[in-house]
Design a protein around this ligand. Sequence first.
Ligand code: OXD
Ligand code: MN
Length: 594
Amino acid sequence: MTSKLAALERWVNEVAAKTRPAQIHWCDGSDAEYRALVQQMLQTGDLIELNQQTHPGCYLHRSNPSDVARVEHLTFVCTEHEQDAGPNNHWMAPADAHAKIDALFEGSMEGRTMYVIPYCMGPIDSPLSRCGVEITDSPYVVANMRTMTRMGAEALARIEREGLHSDGVFVKGLHSIGELDPERRFIMHFPEELSIKSYGSGYGGNALLGKKCHALRIASFQARREGWLAEHMLIVGIENPQGQTHYIAAAFPSACGKTNLAMLIPPEGYRKNGWRVWTIGDDICWMRPGEDGRLYAINPEAGFFGVAPGTSDSSNPNALTSISRDTIFTNVALTADNQPWWEGLPGTPVTDWQGRPYDPANGPAAHPNSRFTVSAKQCPTWSSKAEDAQGVPISAIVFGGRRPSLLPLVIQAQDWVHGVLMGAAMGSETTAAATGAVGVLRRDSMAMKPFCGYHYGDYFNHWLSFDRPGAKLPKIFHVNWFRKGKDGKFLWPGFGENLRVLEWMIARVEGKVRGLETPIGTLPASGELKLDDLELPRETLAELLDVDHAGWQAELHAIGEYLESFGSRLPSRLRQEQQRVQQALQLPRKAANA
Ligand code: OXD
Ligand code: MN
């Protein structure tokens, strides 16, 4: 197979001339192709067969121990003008970046197969979807891209069809694992050229270029030009006992529970009453205003690349069911009978993620950022609406992070501008999804700090621009499942119980509950959060919903300083909004609540 599209053919030939592979394989996405790849990787040791009785079609991949997470310090946004990348990105001039990385690609595929992967982000027939082609020398990447995207012949047909109108609208992604040497590793983005070059890493976020590189960094840049939003958000449908479904999009930083919330199982009482939860996506959401003024969303991905540790029968039974077959595990541990294992599962590991006999002195058995790659269709709560070309209408947008103190369980923004401020001010403790220290509080606006492909000031402005006549925008909320008590323990049980908070949000969207106005937004008024069958002491609830005025004044001050760091591109409306909230907090309490 080659392509009818001259721009694609030309680019593939150029790459082959530079990287000099032994052969070129155009991926068709078929089952036979996948099976052959798996056989080949079993022979080379890139994959290890897992217990086929308990986990049919499941394999383990062990990555190089120096290559287990995204590398933000080696990730660059290469716009013509440095200002356009913003202080939120590492920047390199495009010419320098090309020169630097092209030198690494020189002959990098010698003796290897070069795979050409046409893929579509989003349903093949959706006007909201966008296509790309990834060239890689890693069969592991091919196998993962097949699960994570709509990959192969149908995607190529769409790329060629679109190419008839304008030559080469697809995103070009070039990847080589190189020597897996952290000193020779770069993830470069050229948003103005719609291209990506990634060298020296086989890890998901660095190497599966459809995901973070295309669907967030490049797409966010494209989305701004074209009037839509590419966000680091899950999408979940909540169906009430009357059969009405509200769709919610929620942004949390990496490894903060997006997959768990997207696959939530309602508490027993809710299940009995007929509540149902539908999964549309667990990581990325593309949204666009529809003709009726509402925002419509698709999940551009076709699979889940989820964090394994902590995934268990109590935290996420749907994920556990999804990954009981046809799954690739990366950097998990093994039991004596060759089943995948990670912290949080019953049983005992005998082999750690690096293939060594398990010894607690070496740290956790599974790498804290070990992953599973699985088709979304295997999720018991997968929604047929995920294939809807028009997307689903979004009723509420939720922001949240790991905040051990200050942030209440839930707050509703007064309006869109206040909601954008809440998103911009988002902070969270860092996790193992990226290299670097874990547990440090950092601002992560809209959970997009590692993924926004342009200047955050322009990005905030783009968000604000959706508030225009005729728009019927979602309501915006902020949640914090991670508030801790004085004893250092989480105050809120989380997981399935989070539905209680989503129910309150939906009641707010439908205008059914009044809420309690505070200077930082609307909180649930007494009795509005349904807590039946949940043993939550009154004092714990009070702590979860407490608004500490002095603490919030300090927070607003810190938010003001953070916003200032975006300089002249910070929209003044956002700064004014921060000042409005800060002033409201200074009013005597009674007046603020009046
Ligand atoms: C992810 C991440 O893999 O955010 O989704 O790191
Ligand atoms: Mn993510």
